[in-house]
Design a protein around this ligand. Structure first.
Ligand code: URA
Length: 228
């Protein structure tokens, strides 16, 4: 697509656009912040969780509660930190009462997610749990069958290596699941070291309508810089 700097600039434009999103009226009415994602805008490794919870909604950052601390620990064990990767969710907004995301909400938000993938250009995407795995694979096969099995999939214009693993929240209170998650995590460095998936020929069709058209909103650089 463009240089890392150009892609980051475009990501910031998508971020600004998402700040005032009202595609899901209930979520827009109940959220405190839009949790767009954080980390390295040019990361080789992306994590996709489910949806922000109460802590994330308050702080505007993904995975800052208990599950996030476990994610950080597991990252540390393979020599990575949050700053090396990009972390986001299938939904940018918290479902009230931490209910499951609704199919329509996932559909509304997927354009943001796919645009983030297109702009960040990760080589490896770890889907955390069922919601992200089902969305990115486009079928209903569950995480119990799929965890730890990498595959190459086309997501929008790019081919990406997908690696479904258990959601850290599921491993918090189940030692056996934590063991499996840890084992799956240990394979991440080797997967990152593989050649990146070969990319398809660019489509000759006209570009899709941009998600971000006129940027009427003023830049809010200060809060943005901490995110990515
Ligand atoms: N925090 C997030 O940001 N996402 C989850 O899926 C769980 C906790």
């Amino acid at each position: 697509m463009g240089s890392a700097e150009e892609r980051r600039e475009e990501l910031k434009a998508v971020w600004r656009h998402a700040q005032s999103c009202t595609r899901c009226p209930q979520l827009a009415a109940t959220r405190q912040t839009v949790v767009f994602g954080s980390g390295n805008a040019d990361a080789d490794l992306m994590f996709i969780g489910e949806a922000p919870g109460a802590n994330e909604d308050r702080q505007g950052l993904p995975f800052v509660g208990q599950a996030g601390r476990l994610l950080e620990t597991l990252l540390g064990e393979i020599g990575l930190s949050r700053a090396d990767v990009f972390i986001n969710n299938t939904l940018n907004c918290r479902p009230p009462g931490n209910r499951d995301p609704l199919p329509q909400e996932i559909e509304h938000c997927q354009e943001y997610l796919f645009r983030k993938i297109e702009l960040i250009e990760p080589r490896l995407i770890c889907t955390l749990g069922n919601f992200a795995t089902k969305l990115l694979r486009g079928d209903t096969t569950g995480i119990t069958r799929l965890h730890g099995r990498e595959e190459i999939r086309r997501i929008g214009p790019r081919r990406v290596r997908l690696y479904p693993i258990y959601h850290p929240a599921a491993a918090l209170y189940t030692p056996r699941m934590l063991e499996i998650l840890r084992e799956d995590f240990r394979r991440i460095p080797a997967l990152l070291a593989l050649d990146p998936p070969e990319q398809p020929e660019p489509d000759r069709e006209p570009e899709p309508e941009p998600l971000v058209e006129a940027l009427a909103e003023p830049e809010r650089e200060t809060s943005q810089l901490g995110l990515f």
